[in-house]
Design a protein. Structure first.
Length: 290
């Protein structure tokens, strides 16, 4: 398929979905992503992963600080494109930009819209024990947040045995699902075979913002919680997995939690931790060191 389109993408699902498009022969003419930022201990200027993938595939990359006006991105505003695809791009798309291409702008949102509109729907669904909202929606963007009509959706069923799933695992699973659904949806949409369906706005729900401070757990490693408290704590550990990562303080030291589960009696079982200033160790070894 010959399609002149722009891909606006970011973390965490923008990279695998772009890879899926490229492998399916839907290679964007242009990729728009965040500027390079200082990272690591040396604070070296580091390109975002999506830029690395795009350049590896000989795709031109734009990294504007702002996209508020046509003057901010003349490489886009002065060119006729067929379509824009937006996946986890962390800048608000202004209405003039959404309406610019021939077939408008489509977005991949990792929830069953109208459930969990907003940022971080994947992690907040885990933390709030909300399996009903987990899935992928392909939608047309409009001027309101995650409000536009739906082109296609797919629900992800997660068994009791696999719940709660870690945030990192769910990021990858929904990226895989979203990439496959997007590849199937684009040609059908362009051919006029899909009739966009208005969302049920009366039943819309919204995500809660994830703050690093929320990842601190008020637990005593020598007396871990049980019952409902243990389950809710595990939801946080799984939901905040990788970013920002859960931790607790003991003896004035910060202890990062790497892995946890529920024991057969329903109590919280920590498997491995990283004590402040040290490497990863088993929780059993950590307790022995106290």
């Amino acid at each position: 398929m010959s399609l002149n389109f722009v891909y606006f993408g970011g973390e965490p699902i923008g990279v695998p979905i772009l890879k899926e498009l490229i492998e399916a022969g839907l290679k964007p003419s242009l990729v728009v992503c965040n500027p390079d930022r200082p990272a690591g201990r040396g604070k070296n200027l580091t390109p975002p992963p999506i830029k690395i993938l795009a350049e590896k595939n000989n795709i031109t990359v734009l990294q504007p600080e702002t996209i508020k006006t046509p003057e901010d991105i003349p490489e886009i505003s002065k060119v006729e494109f067929d379509l824009f695809v937006v996946v986890a791009y962390n800048k608000i798309m202004p209405e003039w930009l959404i309406e610019l291409p021939k077939y408008k702008t489509i977005n991949v949102h990792p929830s069953m819209l109208p459930l969990r509109r907003g940022t971080n729907p994947i992690r907040s669904a885990i933390i709030e024990d909300d399996r009903a909202s987990i899935g992928v929606s392909i939608m047309l963007l409009d001027k309101e947040m995650d409000h536009g009509p739906i082109l296609d959706q797919m629900y992800m069923e997660i068994s009791d045995d696999n719940w709660p799933i870690s945030g990192l695992e769910l990021d990858q699973a929904l990226a895989n699902m979203g990439g496959a659904l997007l590849v199937a949806t684009i040609p059908e949409y362009l051919a006029g075979n899909i009739h966009p369906q208005e969302q049920d706005h009366a039943n819309a729900t919204y995500t809660t913002k994830i703050n690093k401070a929320d990842a601190e757990l008020k637990i005593d490693p020598t007396n871990l919680p049980s019952g409902k408290e243990a389950y809710n704590t595990l939801l946080k550990i799984k939901g905040y997995d990788h970013f920002p990562g859960t931790y607790f303080f003991h003896n004035n030291k910060r202890i990062k939690i790497n892995e946890a589960k529920l024991a057969e009696d329903g109590s919280l079982c920590l498997i491995s931790v990283t004590p402040e200033g040290k490497g990863k160790i088993s929780f059993k070894d950590y307790l022995s060191s106290l």
